[in-house]
Design a protein around this ligand. Structure first.
Ligand SMILES: [Zn+2]
Length: 69
């Protein structure tokens, strides 16, 4: 389905983000776990939120970029 699944890592905990996990999507297009966002001291404003799967469907650039290499 989306090759990025299992390879997209949360920048805060470094764990791969699972499709059904709740994430935040910030203004510089970073995806991170919602649970990790609150632990991170330098937070950017959030643009969107929901499960990773929902973000992938909503913002196709995540997986378009991935297909090139
Ligand atoms: Zn995380």
């Amino acid at each position: 389905m989306f090759p990025i699944i299992g390879r997209l890592r949360c920048p805060i905990c470094s764990e791969p983000v699972q499709p059904d996990e709740k994430v935040f999507f910030d203004i510089i297009n970073t995806v991170m776990h919602q649970k990790c966002y609150y632990k991170f001291p330098r937070r950017l404003p959030i643009k969107d939120k929901g499960s990773l799967q929902k973000m992938l469907l909503k913002y196709p650039f995540f997986h378009q970029e991935d297909e090139e290499d």
